[in-house]
Structures are given as structure tokens and as C-alpha cells.
Write a new protein. Structure first.
Length: 460
């Protein structure tokens, strides 16, 4: 069995050497360093199960090291050590994500117990994470990533409607993941063992789309040399997903309305009526209500498809999910391409969070894939990102009148201000709190609420 891997950080050489010798004697694989910068470098090179760090270091702050671990190495447990701790400091440490907060001089049994408990908890968290991943694969949300409050509402709606026959309309900008949401609804439903058929309506010319959906009989039009089974019949017993539904012609809209109401249709050129048992999910990146007002989309069809509306937020409105999504894509690309990229440099993640992402999640996925395939360093660096992302400075919070509360709308500017000050202070929370004119506890609470204290969060 491999020895647990520990990293000890303390700028008191006497304490560092004595603790290192004692911990190695307890059977741990231990690396020791006296500097904050060296500790970060060690974490980039090697995976540690536990970090023990002094709060006050000659070139940094143990709380900032904890912050870096939470952002970039979330599976690593952290125990903070101090020679002048107070109860308030201990509370701050635990709230910030430290497993324990120990006061020097350390008692051997106390230290050993804390280390063993931290490693035991890490094992339990890893096991639970694996079990949760297996469960998610079974219930269908394995590819949907995010913890932003808007996404949590999306998950709630999916859970509520998945096992019903209600028609679902998924709206949102291009690249926000509408297809994945449709698949998640299907997989969570009692139809999960049935077919899932996807049709990109906008990719087909009007003359072929009707045939694609409903099939045709031989001789029904030029080139129809044989019979064709349409997608609705292929989806019988399962789910059909109609993407870019706003592109459907007026004639096709009439036929779609009948299918949604009666679950009946005839193939192009045919007289036989088919009955189907199919769940219909539709998607569009256009405002259908506006299309109705302009006469481009039937009002009765709009009311029929808009039974349940799931609106996906643009990526710029869920900035706290960017680290989670980026790391998820990194894992996928690394496995597929067999690359050994270990992660993202801290300034890379900040650049990703500042960018406005007009292509949304799809664009982020492409950027990560490009960086992994073309990068030359063990970690993804700023040089691996496109120029427009490296130069990004402001985040468009994407607020539209009536779509978000005042509190939600103000979170974007507040997050941007705090992020800018944190960056200017190299993520030193003491200096950031002083500059913002708030105490450290208030800063931590705001960072936690705005998703700044932990870039790697639960995948749902």
C-alpha cells in the first residue's frame, strides 16, 4: 500500500526539521519546505493528500496557501498551524475550508490524531465522490456541470418534469448546452431505455425537413425512390429532440402542432396514419414570443410547445462555474488525447473568468481542448490561450430587464470588484479586506457566496 503523501510548510527551520523527521517516522511520505512559493511549486509537481502549513510564512500567508489548494487542488486536505492563534482565527480557518487549526507547541498525539482524521475524511470524500459519479451516470446528469444558483434551478426543473409526458422547451444562447439538458431529461425519465432521437432542424432545407421528421413514401417527390421512416417513428417509445425549432416553415408548424396534440401523423405523400408514443423536447436560441409577434411562428404552436420552459443562462452569467467546467473539459481531453497536462496556472483561470464567452460553454470546451493539444508545458499557461481571452478585462454580467432580481444583478459587479482587488493583491485576503474596507470574515463570506473561494465544485 502506498504511503500517504504529505507536504509540510513552516519557515521555522527547527520546527520544520523536527516535525518532518517525526512524521516520516510515523510512516508518511513527506516533503518539507520553508517558503510559500516553494510550496506552490511542489503542489504543481506532485499530488498531496494533506498539506500542513504555518499561518505566517516569510513570503506568504498560510490562509492564501489554503485558498490556492481549494481553488486548484480541492481533493487535498489542509491543516493550518500557528503559534498565536485565537478562537476567531480558528473559526475563520474552518470556514475557509481548513480541516483543522492547531496551535503550537504541538502535542504528538494531537497532531497524529488530526492527520489521521484528515486523511480518513479525504478517503470518505473520494469514495462518496466516486459513488455520486456512478449514480449521476445512471440517472443522466453526468455531463451537466455546474453549481450556480441558476443551474440549480434548472436541475430542479429537470427532476420535476423528467418522468412526465409534458412537452419541454429549452431556450438559451447558442452553445449553452441545450442538447445535454434534453439528454438528461430523457435519461432521468422512464423512457431512458427507449431511443433518443435528435434533429437539427436548422441544418436541413425546408423541403427535406418534413421528410426527415415524418418520413415519405416512394414517389412522393423527385428523388424519393423508396420509402423512408421518419424520426418521429424512430423515436417511438422514447424521446425526440427538435433543435432550432424556430426555423420550421409555416406548413411544417401546422403538422408539428397536430403531432404534439394528437401524437398522429402521415408520411409525406402517404395516406396511412401513424400513432406514436413519443416525448417531445424542443430548443431554440431565438425569442419565440417575439417571433409570434412578428408572424414568423404560430401562436397556437407556441402555447403548445411552451408548456415547460427551461432557460439556460449564458456562461458569462455563471462565472463561478467556469473553473468547474474548465477542469471537467480538461479531464475529458486529457484522457482522449493521452496528454499529461496537470491543470491550469492560477492566472489562466482568472483570464477565463474575465472573458465574456460569446460562444458560451461550447467555446470554453474548444479553448480547453486547443490549449491541451497545442500546449508545451506541464500546466496550461496564458500563452496557450487565444489573444482575445488573454486580453479580457471585464465580464458582461448578462442582466436583462425583468429576468433577474436586483440582488442577483448586483452580484456581477460586486464579484468583479472583489476579484480585481484579490488579483492585484495576489489573492492575499488580509490586504484585500483592508483595501475594500471590510473585515476578513466578511470578505470570506462574500467570496464564498460569489464562488471565488473554491473554483472546483461538485459536478452534478
Amino acid at each position: 500500500m502506498n504511503k500517504p503523501s504529505l507536504l509540510l510548510v513552516d519557515d521555522d527551520r527547527r520546527v520544520l526539521e523536527s516535525m518532518a523527521d517525526w512524521l516520516r517516522g510515523q510512516g508518511y511520505d513527506l516533503d518539507a519546505t520553508a517558503r510559500y512559493a516553494d510550496a506552490l511549486e511542489a503542489l504543481r509537481r506532485k499530488s498531496y493528500e494533506l498539506v500542513l502549513a504555518d499561518v505566517r510564512l516569510s513570503d506568504g500567508d498560510g490562509f492564501d496557501l489554503l485558498e490556492q489548494c481549494r481553488r486548484n487542488w480541492p481533493s487535498t486536505q489542509v491543516i493550518l498551524l500557528t503559534g498565536y492563534g485565537t478562537p476567531d482565527d480558528a473559526i475563520d480557518a474552518i470556514r475557509a475550508g481548513a480541516f483543522d487549526y492547531l496551535t503550537k507547541p504541538l502535542i504528538d498525539d494531537e497532531l497524529l490524531m488530526s492527520v489521521e482524521r484528515a486523511l480518513s475524511q479525504r478517503s470518505v470524500i473520494t469514495e462518496n465522490s466516486n459513488l455520486r459519479a456512478q449514480l449521476d451516470r445512471r440517472v443522466g446528469l453526468d455531463n451537466v456541470v455546474g453549481r450556480d444558483r441558476q443551474m440549480m434551478r434548472v436541475y430542479d426543473v429537470i427532476n420535476s418534469v423528467a418522468d412526465t409526458r409534458a412537452t419541454v422547451l429549452v431556450t438559451g444562447e447558442s452553445g449553452t448546452g441545450k442538447s445535454m439538458i434534453a439528454r438528461a431529461i430523457h435519461r432521468r425519465s422512464s423512457r431512458a431505455k427507449g431511443p433518443f432521437v435528435e434533429v437539427a432542424c436548422g441544418a436541413l432545407p425546408e423541403t427535406l425537413l418534413e421528410s426527415e421528421l415524418f418520413g415519405h413514401v416512394a414517389g412522393s417527390f423527385t428523388g424519393a425512390t423508396g420509402e423512408k421512416i421518419g424520426k418521429f417513428l424512430q423515436a417511438d417509445g422514447g424521446t425526440i429532440f427538435l433543435d432550432e425549432i424556430s426555423t420550421a416553415s409555416p406548413a411544417l408548424q401546422v403538422k408539428l402542432l397536430r403531432v404534439l396534440q394528437e401524437l398522429k401523423f402521415e408520411p409525406v405523400g402517404g395516406t396511412k396514419t401513424y400513432d406514436v408514443d413519443v416525448r417531445v423536447i424542443l430548443a431554440t436560441n431565438e425569442d419565440l414570443a417575439q417571433s409570434v409577434a412578428q408572424g414568423r411562428f404560430r401562436q397556437d404552436l407556441y402555447y403548445r410547445v411552451n408548456v415547460i420552459n427551461i432557460e439556460l443562462p449564458p456562461l458569462r452569467a455563471r462565472v463561478s462555474d467556469i473553473p468547474l467546467l474548465a477542469n471537467s473539459f480538461l479531464e475529458q481531453v486529457r484522457e482522449d488525447a493521452r496528454r499529461t497536462v496537470t491543470g491550469f496556472a492560477p492566472d489562466v483561470m482568472l483570464a477565463l473568468e474575465r472573458y465574456h464567452w460569446p460562444g458560451n460553454v461550447r467555446e470554453l470546451q474548444n479553448v480547453v481542448e486547443r490549449a491541451v493539444l497545442l500546449g508545451k508545458e506541464p500546466m496550461i499557461t496564458l500563452a496557450d490561450l487565444p489573444a482575445e481571452i488573454r486580453g479580457a478585462r471585464n465580464v458582461d454580467i448578462g442582466v436583462q430587464s425583468g429576468q433577474r432580481t436586483l440582488k442577483e444583478a448586483l452580484e456581477g459587479p460586486e464579484r468583479q470588484i472583489i476579484l480585481s482587488v484579490l488579483e492585484s493583491n495576489n489573492w492575499n485576503r488580509n490586504m484585500t479586506a483592508d483595501q475594500l474596507g471590510i473585515n476578513r470574515t466578511t470578505l470570506y463570506k462574500k467570496m464564498k457566496r460569489l464562488g471565488l473561494e473554491d473554483g472546483h465544485t461538485l459536478s452534478i
